[in-house]
Design a binder for this molecule. Structure first.
Ligand SMILES: Cc1ncc(COP(=O)(O)O)c(C=O)c1O
Length: 485
């Protein structure tokens, strides 16, 4: 579990048990280590036809002799072609598939029982209110975003009665959804987090984690390491491994934690386990960074899903939170999210928050100037109105309830079929995803034979299941497991 500066592969095919980080062929470090080669361009492309090779080469030489063309500094040895994002590649393959019973269990987006995207009824209402408002305009938002949105977001994640809010220890900025919040936090840490006892700290991710964590943190040049998280044997949490690794990490390391509904495993620590994680992190002076992309979506309760974050705040930790409204509002494309810095519980907390906010504003200004308004306005309308808020909670229960029902149905069908292995983990895991334990071979078999699409690591998006396809998927899994033991 040694820290490394290289991101692990962004491929979701990396085995869930691997704590070892490999160097991707496209990493910036491998690219920048080779020197640019002049005179190398399209002539080397495998897509160039045999006839075109000499012609293109002649044109190039003649252009260079005439001084009209300078060799591109971005030759293939400097900018190699990157592999397609595995998840978006899977989506494209699914779209191309013409089979009528195909099933998409890849992307983490909610679908209703007819496999259709669901616009939350409360979002429709808020949208109508927004458009009928005489005050609606298209002015820039402030750099930190819509103030009523960021303050409501603080209350949502930290609790309306949070001591951190009461003592003005929270600095919040509206971001480009959860990804933007994770990025802003990563950038802030890379610039400002250099504790004296560990001036070049690593960030520790669960193994596995959301693949984008590796890309986001390596982009800002933070060294990356991992802690064990998922036990393939129990298909649950490797709690001892996790705790031991966090304990062994150099003092003052950054530890990235999924607040709830861990992606990709669907496995969360219990409250008692969270307490022990907090104990070890306090003893080792580690810095917690919570990624919260599924609040309310996991258990159906906004408060329950925020418990871990609130516990760490109560314990007096200084910490970061990345908050996404993509899943719990179904506002995937509107990019509504929020970033929070919570200063420690000491007397200087409010002052720290003011200084940090001023630097975050500079980072935000240089990257996006100011955030997009539409999604935040919708979320804000709901978060700041008691009746709409209650309706939102109801909509959340509809989504989480349907997902839980699909967990029950899939497990029941697999058990009824006598599919080799145990399937209790399907109902024990929580949130959008289930880590089925299917091997890569089995995953490919269900795709090729039955047109059921899931990521190579065996993760399925539970929202892709519905009453019309769950038996079909269970039968496909059953066959793949039996034929590919
Ligand atoms: C763990 C985790 N963090 C962050 C995100 C960010 O999502 P978005 O940028 O769509 O809000 C996701 C989305 O899948 C996620 O699973």
């Amino acid at each position: 579990m040694s820290p490394t500066r290289n991101p692990s592969s962004n491929s979701s095919s990396s085995p869930p048990t691997s704590h070892h980080l490999s160097r991707p062929t496209t990493s910036a470090s491998s690219a920048s280590s080779s020197s640019p080669q002049p005179l190398r361009s399209a002539t080397n492309s495998s897509a160039t036809t045999n006839n075109a090779v000499p012609t293109a080469r002649l044109h190039q030489i003649s252009a260079q002799m005439n001084g009209t063309q300078i060799a591109s500094p971005f030759g293939a040895d400097v900018v190699p072609k990157a592999p397609e994002d595995p998840l978006f590649g899977l989506m494209a393959a699914y779209r191309k598939d013409t089979f009528d019973k195909k099933v998409d269990l890849g992307i983490g987006a909610y679908r209703d029982d007819n496999a259709k995207p669901w616009v939350l009824p409360v979002v429709k209402k808020a949208d109508a209110l927004l458009h009928s408002s005489p005050d609606l305009n298209h002015e820039y938002l402030p750099i930190a975003g819509l103030a009523e949105f960021t303050s409501a977001s603080q209350k949502l994640i930290l609790g309306a009665d949070s001591p951190a809010i009461a003592s003005s220890r929270v600095a919040s900025l509206q971001t480009i959804s959860g990804t933007g919040a994770v990025h802003l936090g990563a950038l802030f840490l890379s610039k400002f987090y250099h504790p004296a006892h560990n001036p070049n700290p690593s960030v520790y991710f669960s193994a596995p984690t959301w693949a984008n964590h590796h890309q986001i943190f390596s982009n800002v040049k933070l060294p990356i390491a991992t802690y064990p998280y998922f036990s393939p044997k129990t298909r649950g949490l490797d709690f001892d491994g996790m705790l031991a690794a966090i304990e062994a990490a150099p003092r003052g390391s950054i530890v990235l934690l999924h607040a709830c509904a861990h992606n990709p495993t669907g496995v969360d620590p219990t409250r008692e386990q969270w307490r022990q994680i907090a104990d070890v992190m306090a003893a080792r002076a580690h810095f917690p960074f919570f990624d919260c992309a599924y609040q309310g979506f996991a258990s159906g309760s906004l408060d329950r899903d925020a418990w871990a974050v609130r516990h760490f705040v109560e314990r007096g930790f200084e910490l970061l939170v990345a908050q996404s409204y993509a899943k719990n509002f179904g506002l995937y494309g509107e990019r509504a999210g929020c970033f929070h810095f919570v200063a420690g519980a000491g007397a200087e907390g409010a002052d720290t928050a003011v200084r940090v906010a001023s630097q975050l504003a500079i980072l935000q200004r240089s990257e996006i100037s100011n955030p997009p308004a539409y999604g935040a306005r919708i979320a804000s309308a709901v978060l700041n109105d008691a009746a709409l808020f209650a309706e939102w909670e109801d909509n959340l229960r509809t989504m989480s309830g349907r997902i839980m029902a699909m967990r029950e149905a899939l497990r029941a069908k697999l058990e009824a079929l006598g599919t080799p292995g145990t399937w209790n983990h399907v109902t024990e895991q929580i949130g959008m995803f289930s880590f089925t334990g299917l091997t890569e071979k089995q995953v490919l078999a269900v795709r090729e034979k039955d047109h059921v699409y899931m990521t190579k690591n065996g993760r399925i998006s539970m929202a892709g299941l519905n009453t019309g396809n769950v038996d079909y998927v269970a039968n496909a899994i059953d066959r793949a497991v039996r034929e590919n033991p």
